[in-house]
Write a protein that binds this ligand. Sequence first.
Ligand code: ITT
Length: 202
Amino acid sequence: MGRIVFATGNAGKIREINGIMSDTGMEVVSMKDAGIRMDIEENGSTYEENALIKARAVASMTKDIVMADDSGLEIDYLNKEPGVYSARYLGEDTSYRIKNADLIRRLEGVPDDQRTARFVCAIAAVLPNGRELTVRAAIEGRIGYEEKGENGFGYDPIFYVPEFRKTTAELTEAEKNEVSHRGKALRLMKEELRGYEDITCQ
Ligand code: ITT
């Protein structure tokens, strides 16, 4: 197989994706490392639509396989906010200290059993032959009462995973990849790609 250009500007995602894809023998590079710079307007209404928008935009600039990740945090008590707007919640440039503190404040007094939430991840791939694939996966958890942990990125310090009794920011990267929305979605995508032998001869 050739190489995969990942259509993301999020360094945290790229780090995780490299860990998850390391057993494929394929080189995964960020769009920046592939020399592709573009501002992509994510105006879809679903994770899959946005992932496809990103993957298609970058695929128009390269002959490599292109993948994109669109993901978000759904908090049940907040009607699944921030959801598909997770990156834009309170403004794209607002720090996650502030975003996380705001979500905790909005859940003040809400008991454990109503703090359920999930991270969702859709991955889209555009193959050199023009074929498009999408997969989606999620990890269930709860919103904590304070930020905990230094690993990961974004909303990880407030996303508590009951089976580990830790937030995803307290998990090692390998532990997070094992159970995360992104880890599961990428493994599904790896399976899908196995079915497309034609891409192996590119
Ligand atoms: P690209 O579009 O360039 O990939 P982005 O950060 O804008 O980067 P998204 O549009 O997919 O990515 O927004 C997803 C947001 O959801 C992301 O910025 C985080 O705030 C949050 N998120 C997704 N996965 C996460 C994870 O594993 N841990 C913590 N937060 C996550």
